[in-house]
Design a protein. Structure first.
Length: 154
């Protein structure tokens, strides 16, 4: 009997987490912005704007994207972070920080610092001259400054 109670307690923890997540979704808890760091799985086009051969701004990438446009996402269409953003009631695609088409007003509700081919170790990003993780963080700090200027300290 004791054994059973322990087993139930163990299973209850993930269930609680799930219920909390559902609660967040149900109450429209305020997620004001989605900030993305990472590699090709979540790069929404930063590599288009750096000097690397690791790009995906040509067909067949983007063939199922709005307007059949290759965006620099390593995907036929949107990527997971775009869907997550939309699920939180934010925009349906997360813009790349280095894309000159966008500015801080676009980035306020979501921005992507990811760079395809990067890794946790600088030796990884060096291979194809992509953005190392520390640089993604530097860009994030720069973004924080711009955002303060745009929306104020609070
Ligand atoms: C951002 O770009 C839009 C459209 O080009 C422009 O209207 C707006 O003033 C810009 N915002 C900032 C804060 O630079």
């Amino acid at each position: 009997m004791k054994q059973n109670i322990k087993t139930i307690a163990h299973k209850a923890i993930p269930l609680l987490l799930l219920l909390q997540l559902l609660q967040i979704i149900r109450t429209n808890a305020k997620v004001s912005s989605i900030i993305v760091f990472g590699d090709s799985t979540v790069d929404s086009g930063n590599n288009n704007h750096i000097s690397t051969i690791l790009k995906s701004n040509f067909e067949p990438y983007g063939r199922n994207f709005d307007g059949k446009k290759p965006t620099g996402r390593f995907s036929n269409g949107r990527i997971a972070t775009d869907f997550i953003s939309q699920a939180f009631g934010l925009k349906s695609t997360i813009p790349a920080y280095l894309d000159p088409m966008y500015n801080v007003s676009d980035f306020a509700s979501g921005v992507c610092f990811a760079s395809a081919g990067t890794g946790y170790d600088d030796a990884t990003s060096d291979v194809l001259s992509v953005i190392p993780l520390w640089k993604e963080i530097d860009y994030y700090k720069e973004y924080q400054k711009q955002l303060r200027g745009y929306l104020g300290e609070e």
